[in-house]
Structures are given as structure tokens and as C-alpha cells.
Ligand binder design. Structure first.
Ligand code: CA
Ligand code: CA
Length: 322
């Protein structure tokens, strides 16, 4: 009966539309991850939620004619949310399965003095708008790039002082980690009751480092399924993908972020495999990869990657709830 109803709505097609009971709109924004933020939505454990997001400029730049100096910088890096997850208690881990990321038809990029890794060499701001057609972005010089949508900002509220959405840390936030895509599962800490999950700053694509300070900044929609994991030993933030596991860490200096990501993976391996610490770090040295997420935010972010082929031999099933 219901199917017949939908079929009549959609021209007799037998395909039912995807109906998600939970949505958060792109005008429900925060600028800091903060335990004092009022939730815009409460969802039960295992809920699927669709977040609509603005780009990192809160959609203020629609053309290359936009006046860079007139941008309202207090509206940079908004995140949509936060969502209160029922049953999420302090010390739990939030499992966020990223089902899908849809992005718009146009991305924005800027360069500006002091922005990014070599901003000192840039004399004046520039704005580029980048069309995206059939999943391919046309970049500077006509270069074609298949898009790989990812989430730049995603996190939970910290236990202590509020953290601006532009800063990454142990709560997640502006990690700008290009393995946080559809198909990935992200594990975040629950620092306050309900976790208070929020996200934004989608990139249609972004290279490791994000050296200009910009990805293909774009508005869009993210579908996630959120679950609460009790008694987890995972060092968060942590990402599970088909190709393997990633421990993510941020710190003021890139060296410290690199060491922390490595230490988090090594210590977790010693807790979950027969390996000693020296055996774990030796294995990581030979078969794992230390990778850079970004070098342009107030804290820098690295990830340590352990390939699935190695995880399988250590009985670390990449599909289980750690
Ligand atoms: Ca970002
Ligand atoms: Ca961004």
C-alpha cells in the first residue's frame, strides 16, 4: 500500500525514495564546539541523520567578484548541529558511519596573504570559483580532477572550554583529513552527555596538507548513522576504511601531531594484540604509513595508517565495533 502510494508519486516507478527521519538544516550553525551549545535535534542510538552544511565561508562567496575584504570573518567555518545522541555518556565512543556525501555544483577557493603554507609569498587575495560537472572539477589551467568529497570539520563537544570550529583537537573539529569520506567510519570521543555531534566544511577534494589553506570549499549534505560504543579502547579520533585503520592526532606543532598519532596507534596495538610496544612500533615502522592531514590550521593534524592486510593477520577485523 505504502509502496503503491510512493509509486503513484514518482510516476509509477517501483523505486522508493530514501526517507530519513532526521535532518538538520544548514541554518542551524555553531562556530565553536561547546558543551553549552543547545542541541538542535535529539536522536536515538543508531539513528541515521542528514546534515545540510554551508561551505567554510558560510556561502558568502558566490562569484569571483565577491569582495574579499568585506567577508564577515566571524562566520568562517560554521558547523551544522549539534545533535544530541541519546545514551551517549562521558567516556563512551561515538561511531559515525558516513553513508553518503553530496556536494553542490560550484566550489570556492581563495588564496590570501599569510593564508596557508606559503602565504607570506602571496601579495593580494584571489578568489576562484570551480565548476563541478558530472563529478569532475575543472581547476586552474583547465586541469580536470575527479572529486572525492570529504568532511573538513566534524567533532563532538569538548569537556572543557569551547573550541572554535576552525581548530582541530582530541574532539575532532577541523581535522581536514581527506580519508573522512563516504564509506569511512569515524570514531569520536564522548566528552559530554549526548556527545553533541556537529559537522561542516565539506571539500569536493583536498590534497594532504591543504597547503593553500583551502580545499574545494563547497556546501552539501552528509548522511551519517550514529551509534554509541561502550567500553571502547579506541584512541579517538580514529577512522576505519576498507583499506585499513587510521589513528588521527592534532597538536600545535606538526612534529608533535606526528608523534602523537604514532603513539596512539602503537599503544592501541599493544592493548589489542600480543605485540609488545617495541614490536608494535617496529611493525608500524615497516608496514604502516605516517601521513599528514593538514598543516594550515591553528593545530596541525597527522594520521597513522595501518593497512588492512596487516590488521587481518593481527585479527583486527576492520568491520567490528572496537
Ligand atoms: Ca578546514
Ligand atoms: Ca575548508
Amino acid at each position: 500500500m505504502l509502496l503503491a502510494f510512493f509509486s503513484s508519486l514518482f510516476g509509477g516507478s517501483a523505486v522508493s525514495p530514501i526517507v530519513s527521519p532526521y535532518r538538520v538544516s544548514a541554518d542551524q550553525l555553531i562556530y565553536a564546539f561547546d558543551q553549552a551549545n543547545l542541541p538542535v535535534l535529539r536522536v536515538p542510538n543508531h539513528a541515521t541523520v542528514v546534515f545540510s552544511t554551508c561551505d567554510c565561508f558560510e556561502n558568502q562567496i558566490q562569484s569571483t567578484e565577491a569582495a574579499f575584504t568585506e567577508l564577515d570573518w566571524s562566520r568562517i567555518n560554521p558547523a551544522t548541529g549539534p545533535v544530541f545522541v541519546e545514551g551517549a555518556a562521558v567516556g563512551d565512543v561515538l561511531k559515525v558511519v558516513i553513508n553518503d556525501i553530496q556536494v553542490g555544483a560550484q566550489a570556492v577557493m581563495v588564496t590570501a596573504p599569510k593564508l596557508g603554507a606559503i602565504g607570506e609569498q602571496i601579495q593580494a587575495p584571489t578568489i576562484h570559483t570551480i565548476p563541478i560537472i558530472d563529478g569532475v572539477a575543472t581547476l586552474m589551467g583547465g586541469v580536470k580532477l575527479p572529486i572525492q568529497p570529504m568532511i573538513g570539520v566534524i567533532g563532538t563537544a569538548p569537556a572543557g572550554a569551547a573550541i572554535p570550529c576552525g581548530t582541530p583537537d582530541a574532539h575532532g573539529g577541523n581535522m581536514d583529513c581527506n580519508v573522512i569520506t563516504a564509506g569511512a567510519t569515524l570514531y569520536l570521543p564522548v566528552n559530554v552527555e549526548g556527545a553533541l555531534l556537529a559537522m561542516g566544511d565539506l571539500h569536493a577534494a583536498m590534497g594532504d596538507g591543504e597547503v593553500s589553506g583551502c580545499g574545494l570549499e563547497i556546501a552539501g549534505e552528509v548522511s551519517v548513522t550514529i551509534s554509541v560504543i561502550k567500553n571502547s579502547t579506541l584512541p579517538t579520533p580514529f577512522v576505519v576504511r576498507q583499506e585499513g585503520l587510521y589513528a588521527i592526532a592534532s597538536s600545535l606543532k606538526l612534529d608533535d601531531a606526528a608523534n602523537l598519532a604514532s603513539a596512539n596507534m602503537a599503544n592501541w596495538l599493544t592493548q589489542n594484540t600480543p605485540l609488545s610496544l617495541s614490536e608494535a612500533i617496529s611493525l608500524m615502522s615497516v608496514a604502516g604509513d605516517l601521513q599528514i592531514c593538514q598543516v594550515v590550521d591553528p593545530l596541525k593534524t597527522c594520521r597513522f595508517f595501518l593497512p588492512d592486510a596487516i590488521c587481518q593477520q593481527l585479527n583486527l577485523n576492520t568491520l567490528k565495533d572496537f
